[in-house]
Structure formats: C-alpha cells, structure tokens
Design a protein around this ligand. Sequence first.
Ligand code: SAM
Length: 323
Amino acid sequence: MTRQDESGNGSTGQPPPWAVLTAEEFATCQLEWAADEPPPARRGRPSPPAGERSTAGPAGAPWNIVALGDCRDVLPMVRSESVDTIFADPPYNLQLKKALIRPNQTLVESVDAEWDQFNTFQDYDRFTYQWLQACQRVLKPTGAIWVMGTYHNIYRIGRLLQDLGFWILNEVCWIKTNPMPNFRGSRFTNAHETLIWAKKSETAKGYTFNYQDMKAANGGKQMRSDWVLPICTGKERLRDEHGRKAHPTQKPEGVLERVIAASTQPGQLILDPFAGTGTTAAVAARLHRQWLMIEREPDYVELMRARLSAPLGPPRTPPVRGR
Ligand SMILES: C[S@@+](CC[C@H](N)C(=O)[O-])C[C@H]1O[C@@H](n2cnc3c(N)ncnc32)[C@H](O)[C@@H]1O
C-alpha cells in the first residue's frame, strides 16, 4: 500500500489525502471497516506516518482510494448501499479491425487496447451486466449512476440498465466542439458522446440534483441536456515522454465538473469503476467530494498517482452558453 501524505485540501490547491491499494489490501480495509467497531479504527494495520491524515470519509469509511484490480472483483468488497454517485466510462467495445490513417499518412492513436476487446456482443453484455449489477448493490437508495458511451455500446448499456431496474432520469448529449474528423470521409464526423443518468429504481426517492446551481451556471436558464464542451487537449491531456497520449480515452474535466456539480453534494462519495487516468477523482477532489477509483491496468494507476499528487488546478469548465 502506498499512502500519499498531503496536508492541504482542495481549497488550497493541494489534493486531499488518498491511497493506492491492491484489491487484497482493499478487501482487508473494507473488512475492518465493516467490523463492529468505531470507524476508522484499523486493527492490524501499520500506523500511518506522523502527520498523515486519515483517509476516512464522512461515514468513517476509508475513502479517497485508488483500488488496483478488476471492478468485478473489487466492487463485491464495497459495502452495500454506501455510495452516493457512480460515474462509469466503461470499455466501448469499438471492434476496430484496421489501423486508422490520416490523409497525411500519420497513424491515429485509437483505442486498440486489450481492455476494449470482447469476442462477441454477448460477451460484452455479460461483462456489462456483471459490473452494473455490482454497482447497483453498492449504490445508496438515494444514489444515482452516470454511464458514458458512444453508439458502439450505449444502446446495449441503456437496455441492461433498464433490465436491472435502474430508472433513467436523463440522456445527456456531450457535443464536442473539437471532434476528431472522419478521416476516411465515409461517414458523418462523430461529434458527440452520450451520458445516461439513472436512479437506482423507479420508486427510489431523494437523488441529488442541484437544479438552481445548474440554472445559475447557465445564465439563469434551465440547464439543458445538450452540453457543448471541448474534448481533452492541451495541458490537460496526459502524455508520455515521447509526447504520445498516455491513455487513449482520457475524458475532459469539464464534463466531469458538470456531472459532479449537478448531481452530488460536497462530502459525498463518488465511485468510478473504470477510472483510467483518474479524471473523476481529480474533479471530485477539487469540488470537495470523496472518491473511490477502480482501475485494472497498473500503468494507468501510475498515471493517476502522478495526477493526484499534483496541485488540483483551476476548474476547466468554460462559461456555459445560454441555450
Ligand atoms: C474508457 S476508459 C476510462 C477513461 C477515464 N474516464 C479517464 O478520463 O481517464 C476505461 C478504463 O477502464 C479500464 N478497465 C477496463 N476493464 C476494466 C475492469 N474490468 N475493471 C477495472 N477497470 C477496467 C481500462 O483499463 C480503462 O482505463
């Protein structure tokens, strides 16, 4: 287990304390939390170094954690009905068959990673059902889930959400101001992604929607379900030492800011089962929310470690255009 010892908080630009745990360490810490004793007592755990703050969340749970592992293994270790909001940006199942080349013959950095490969739609559906069902268990009755996707996967996810009894509140269309062109000129430019926002069940009451905040952010008009925001570029985009994208699908903080500001309260717990570069955690920390990230690829966990160790920086969201 590696602990980050940061003394400040979001308002000072310093990230709040957090830890990276393996799935096994996460299990231990959850078991200890679930034991009948005043949290955050941690029997059998090494004492934190002097000066380190507890990672205990509002309910005494050890939140602000990156758990390294498959979310289908880690989620069953999370206590039932303990999470306020879930944001999930799962594999798309893009099914890319050949390399994408620009007109100037350069290679497009696309999503060809092993984590995005499924043999059949049925395999993808099985995977999706498993993680969605596990998410539903950990969500509070007042909680809600956001799932983000493209035409490749969002219809399948929408159907499975409904099959599991989630109740869709909105479909949000993120319209990209600077989408990648369609290099072959064979289709329309793919210029949007879809977010589904759903509560736990049809009868669930009490989910958070900061209606007035959203209206104020939209110049006094109701916030609409079409969000016009840029993709992640420039300094926000994490790159390796050769200048290549460190992660193929890093999402813009602007989208996460809107999601978190609209549907959570300060201090609440946000879970991201497909954390990637930790965009959800970075924004949650800046907005003073607690977070729990799950990511199966060690390289991406290292990216998150670097990102979350750096000062949080200013909000990314440009002023909302009144629409
Ligand atoms: C679409 S990306 C998420 C990107 C993220 N929203 C960001 O802004 O960086 C999906 C991520 O899920 C991870 N992943 C795929 N299958 C997983 C699984 N079963 N459990 C946990 N993580 C998984 C991948 O390694 C990848 O980083």
